[in-house]
Design a protein around this ligand. Structure first.
Ligand code: C2E
Ligand code: CA
Ligand code: CA
Length: 639
């Protein structure tokens, strides 16, 4: 064992190698001790032999000196890396020598037998159990034999007189034993200390691992697993005090665009900052948790009424929406909050989170940067919404979306004068889902950014194909949601799609909503001016349904108004809608704008619109939205 330890080379200091090194050190230490005790013993043998010479006991002196010299062989054995054999030779020789001296001296009463104690101590220290037992057996045999021969008169030991010399010999033997025991105790203490240090290291490593398992590495907040533990104890206390527990589910509204535009480091920075702000609010780390990518949970114990949770949610909304600074850039990030209360909404964390999550989607739905309590009435509706939203994400990856195109007709020539791209979702289970169902959800969930980008890219690519075939004498229109303007870098996306597809910009038209334009922000004005200057056309969709503030018509370089189909369809009854359509057309004409009537389903309406001076129209009367491969035929058909 000792030998093996000596031959092992130290490995890298991992956890297990620390333990190994401790044993190896102990092995080296043992050899050091063996040599030290060997030396002390040899010196003691020399001293004692001098004393015995002075006493005239030359025979004993020769034995002592011979033993001392013979013990030099132990050095050689140790040098040959056999410390255990060295120890055996050393202690065996000593035992034989002591037994001989006792036998020829005072027998059982001989002070040489004191040396037995020393040999046993050395054996325990330097040898192993087997050596200890063998030596002890030899000693017992010698003692018994000595007692026996004296008892039966076979041999008679004489008790030597006590004098100064025998006293000094005894002191020397005691000194040797004493120093050996001191060394033993010292080594033992050192080993204990090394063990304690090792223990400490293991403990701190364990704590570190535990922390890693239970905490989010980015923010250092408790993770889901830890949140479960914290919830259990917080809820238990709330229950004992008959109080409510509020679960505030926080979802950041715009982490994705931040990641997309400024990089993941910026997103990480925001997440860390949000974590800090939430911690500064709750003051206690067991009340916050990072639940997922951009989701956090705050537990509100000690609640007596839901108002307190409302108040807390307001404060959290405020905290999160304060500016973030990343590399000297100011970043805005808001959050949407859903709240569930225990025990009324559920008594386990999973149920509460599910309900808070539904409430959170509800607050996203109603414009974000707001909070909502879980309400069972909206539950089913929300669940459908949630499944549609996640379905949409998947649909984008799985190419379930496609574009259909509806022709716009020039009312004078009856020829196609434009195409409108309309999104279609062919759901694998639910079949065709109309855009009126999923566009609002895409807008409220923010998914419209990606979806809208897909539409623009796809429409540009298709338009380029038609352009190359020579059938594109007009622009292809794409519907743009106001969210795309507010949240995304729409000009970069549009110009990027044009560049990638190679479609000249004048063949692309963007249909904007009135509600977007009345916002009248400088950023919007710059974006639209940029797009116009590149040659992209702009028109206003669903005109008449919005605020109809005509100021913006001049401000932004819009070229066409699309008269909403609700007016067009009721033009021939007497509701006064015909008058509205006439007014819109007159106003548009005076501003130099084209008018496009939507939702024309019959010849009468078409004729009426023509008579009112409307320039273009679109509707089932001419064509329903059709797949791209039917467009060419339609365009080439004579009318
Ligand atoms: P919209 O932009 O007003 O599009 C016209 C809608 O009226 C289309 O419905 C079209 O199929 C329908 N329509 C056209 N002619 C007639 C007609 O004669 N009679 C009737 N009853 N309907 C007619 P669709 O395709 O279901 O689209 C509905 C709305 O969804 C669109 O209204 C638009 O607001 C939105 N949408 C569609 N595609 C996109 C898109 O790619 N992006 C965005 N942001 N919104 C889109
Ligand atoms: Ca439209
Ligand atoms: Ca429309």
């Amino acid at each position: 064992m000792l030998n093996q330890d000596l031959n092992k080379s130290p490995s890298t200091p991992t956890h297990s190698s620390h333990v190994f090194l401790a044993y190896q050190d102990f092995g080296k230490q043992k050899i050091k001790r063996l040599i030290q005790i060997l030396r002390i013993t040899q010196i003691a043998l020399l001293l004692v032999s001098i004393i015995t010479i002075s006493l005239g006991r030359y025979g004993d002196a020769v034995v002592l000196l011979a033993t001392g010299i013979f013990l030099l062989s132990v050095d050689w054995v140790i040098y040959k890396k056999r410390p255990l054999i060295g120890a055996t030779i050393f202690l065996g020789t000593l035992t034989l020598m002591l037994s001989y001296l006792a036998w020829v001296g005072s027998g059982i009463r001989d002070n040489a037998l004191l040396g037995y104690c020393g040999v046993l101590v050395f054996a325990a220290m330097l040898g192993n159990k087997r050596l200890l037992i063998i030596l002890l057996s030899i000693m017992v045999t010698v003692l018994l034999l000595n007692a026996y021969v004296n008892e039966y008169g076979i041999y008679q030991n004489t008790i030597e007189p006590i004098n100064l010399a025998t006293g000094i010999i005894t002191i020397i033997v005691l000194a040797v034993i004493g120093s050996a025991i001191w060394m033993l105790a010292h080594d033992y203490r050192a080993a204990l200390e090394a063990l304690a240090r090792e223990n400490e290291r293991v403990k701190s490593a364990k704590n570190h691992i535990e922390h890693m398992v239970l905490h989010d590495p980015l923010t250092g907040l408790p993770n889901r697993i830890m949140a479960q533990n914290n919830f259990d104890s917080i809820f238990q206390k709330a229950r004992e005090r008959q109080q409510l527990l509020g679960l505030i589910f926080i979802d950041l509204d715009n982490l994705k665009p931040i990641n997309d535009s400024l990089g993941h480091q910026a997103g990480d920075q925001i997440l860390k900052e949000v974590a800090l702000r939430l911690l500064s609010y709750t003051k206690k780390v067991d009340r916050v948790c990072r639940y997922g990518g951009d989701e956090f949970i705050v537990f509100m114990p000690d609640i007596n009424s839901p108002d307190q949770v409302s108040q807390a949610s307001l404060e959290i909304l405020q905290l999160v929406s304060e500016n973030y600074i990343y590399r000297n850039i100011e970043i805005f990030c808001t959050c949407s909050i859903g709240i569930a209360l225990a025990p009324q909404d559920g008594e386990d964390l999973d149920t509460l989170i599910k309900k808070a999550d539904i409430a959170m989607y509800h607050s996203k739905d109603s414009g974000r940067n707001s909070f909502r309590f879980f309400n069972p009435a909206i539950n089913r509706n929300m669940l459908e919404h949630i499944s549609l939203i996640s379905g949409m994400r998947k649909a984008l990856q799985d190419n379930q979306f496609s574009l259909h195109y509806q022709p716009k007709i020039d009312l004078h020539t009856n020829q196609v004068c434009g195409l409108e791209a309309l999104l279609r979702w062919n759901h694998p289970d639910q079949g065709f889902i109309p855009p009126v169902t999923f566009i609002p959800l895409a807008e409220s969930s923010g998914l419209i950014i990606q979806l809208g980008e897909w539409v623009i890219t796809e429409a540009c690519a298709q338009a380029k194909r038609w352009y190359d075939e020579g059938i594109l004498q007009f622009a292809v229109a794409v519907n743009i949601s106001s969210i795309q303007f507010k949240r995304g870098n729409i000009d970069a996306i549009v110009l990027g799609a044009l560049a990638t597809s190679g479609l000249p910009p004048q063949y692309l038209e963007l249909e904007l909503t009135e509600s977007l334009l009345i916002e009248d922000s400088d950023r919007l004005a710059t974006t639209l001016a940029h797009l116009r200057s590149e040659g992209v056309h702009l028109s206003i969709d669903d005109f008449g349904t919005g605020y109809s503030n005509l100021g913006y018509l001049k401000k932004f370089e819009v070229e066409a108004l699309k008269i909403d189909q609700s007016f067009v369809r009721k033009m021939d009854d007497h509701s006064g809608d015909a008058a509205i359509v006439r007014a819109i057309i007159q106003m548009a004409t005076s501003l130099g704008l084209k008018t496009i009537a939507e939702g024309v389903e019959d010849a009468n309406t078409a004729a009426l619109l023509r008579s009112l001076g409307c320039t273009q129209a679109q509707g089932y009367y001419w064509a329903r939205p059709m797949p791209a491969d039917e467009v060419k035929n339609f365009c080439l058909t004579e009318r």
